[in-house]
Design a binder for this molecule. Structure first.
Ligand code: HAM
Length: 426
């Protein structure tokens, strides 16, 4: 009878030690940066009620859910994103908390997507959110965290940019150029696809957003070229547009004051796929233009109330480990060499085994890492294992030295050897 063969599910990853080390390298940088900005870490359950996402996140994500009915007949799903969980958690406790709330998390998320470069069916996502502050300084703060997260991993201004826009501004501009309220959602969806299907945009604006050819051409012209200063001049009589342009100018000013101004580009075509964003939105992209968004986020001032909590403004982002991992590998960036164990203990023959165990345990008590062969082996083979484990030093227990109360300690990098008394090691 043939043995069953079990394959990993498509779009999921195993993390053997070298891959887990790479992942932890990213997690450590994310955590360091979030703590440096005064954020506190939180987590939530990987399973949530299906209703938490329906309508709040929008149709794109709802079509990708890993949902099912549990044994208690509840409609549930693996979490596809963290923001609704954050809103739910805060709905139960935010009233008693000082504002703004600065929280971060690094959950594993699940989306049934078509697998491609940078897109899997699970990923880890750094979430950083400020809740309870509507000042644009909060928007600037979170994008600065995202930029510094990438800088912490060794990426520079050469490698990535934050593309920033505002849904409120886009709505105002589209309205001023003839898009009616009922066509706004359709127009947003078309603009969101501009990068991928640019040549179809004008046609779609005519067919699906109710514009004529001239209006569609005007929208396109703004989307690809307009600067904030030009918009400020051209729409200065249009209250909603002017106020949001001024807000974005303040935002850029704050990032310039932090020394991060060069990382930020205004790009009206950034809309974001999720339904709940209400104001400034942004995405981080590689300058090579080869990868999908490394990170996306923005302001969502109505989600907390929608989930049944205190009506609080909020802004944040999610940065996945998959696209970022590709970018780091393309640039040869990753963790340094594995530190290896401090000591490997070699027994020349079986008589030294108990002594080896005593030394190993004494050293482990001193917080040093120690390994040794788990069965009787030749000295050459033991040295080979010591090499494979990256041992810094090898303690050799030979009968003659042990009889004198000593051991030989060899520094693996230099080959230099010295005799050390057993009393010192135990
Ligand atoms: P999102 O744009 O859906 O936003 O995801 C954010 C990032 O997660 C993406 O830019 C990408 O790097 C990564 N990502 C998303 N889906 C996948 C996938 N299938 N495979 C690999 N990586 C993926 C959100 O999820 C928002 N909840 C972020 C947020 C937090 N907004 C405010 N606060």
């Amino acid at each position: 009878m043939s043995k069953a063969s079990f394959k990993r599910l498509p779009g999921f990853r195993d993390f053997p030690p070298e891959d887990l080390r790479f992942r932890n390298h990213i997690f450590d940088a994310w955590r360091r940066v979030a703590l440096r900005y005064g954020f506190q870490e939180y987590d939530g359950p990987p399973l949530e009620a299906l209703d938490l996402y329906v309508e709040k996140s929008g149709p794109e994500i709802v079509g990708q859910l890993y949902n099912f009915r549990d044994k208690g007949d509840r409609e549930i799903t693996l979490r596809p994103e963290m923001t609704p969980s954050l809103a739910r958690i805060l709905s139960e406790r935010s009233r008693s908390m000082p504002k703004p709330i600065r929280w971060f998390s690094m959950p594993q998320l699940f989306r049934y997507e078509r697998q491609q470069r940078g897109r899997l069916r699970e990923h880890f996502q750094w979430n950083v959110d400020v809740v309870g502050e509507d000042d644009v300084a909060a928007d600037a703060e979170v994008v600065a965290v995202a930029i510094d997260g990438l800088r912490e991993l060794g990426l520079t201004h050469e490698d990535f940019r934050a593309r920033v826009s505002s849904r409120r501004l886009l709505a105002g501009l589209l309205g001023a150029l003839g898009v009616t309220e009922e066509h706004l959602a359709a127009a947003f969806a078309i603009v969101d696809k501009l990068q991928r299907e640019g040549d179809k945009t004008a046609q779609r604006l005519r067919d699906e957003a109710g514009l004529d050819s001239e209006q569609a051409a005007q929208v396109l012209e703004l989307l690809v070229g307009a600067t904030l200063d030009e918009l400020a001049e051209r729409f200065n009589g249009h209250e909603g547009v002017a106020a949001e342009v001024a807000r974005l100018q303040t935002y850029v000013g704050y990032l310039q004051a932090m020394g991060l101004g060069d990382y930020v580009e205004f790009d009206l075509s950034v809309v974001r796929g999720l339904a709940y964003y209400t104001g400034i939105v942004f995405e981080l992209f590689d300058t090579g233009g080869e990868l999908r968004a490394i990170c996306g986020g923005g302001r969502y001032d109505r989600l907390l109330e929608l989930v049944g909590g205190e009506p609080l403004p909020a802004v944040g982002f999610g940065m996945g480990d998959v696209v970022l991992g590709e970018l780091l590998k393309d640039h040869g960036l990753g963790p340094g060499p594995d530190a290896g164990v401090d000591y490997f203990i070699v027994c020349v023959d079986a008589e030294q085994r108990e002594l080896a165990l005593a030394i190993a345990h004494a050293q482990r008590e001193q917080r040093r890492s120690v390994a040794y062969a788990l069965r009787e082996q030749g000295v050459a083979k033991q040295f080979k294992t010591a090499g494979a484990l990256g041992a810094r030093e090898v303690i050799v227990l030979g009968p003659d030295e042990v009889a004198r109360g000593n051991a030989v300690v060899r520094v693996m990098a230099s080959g230099e050897e010295r005799e050390v008394s057993l009393e010192e090691l135990r």
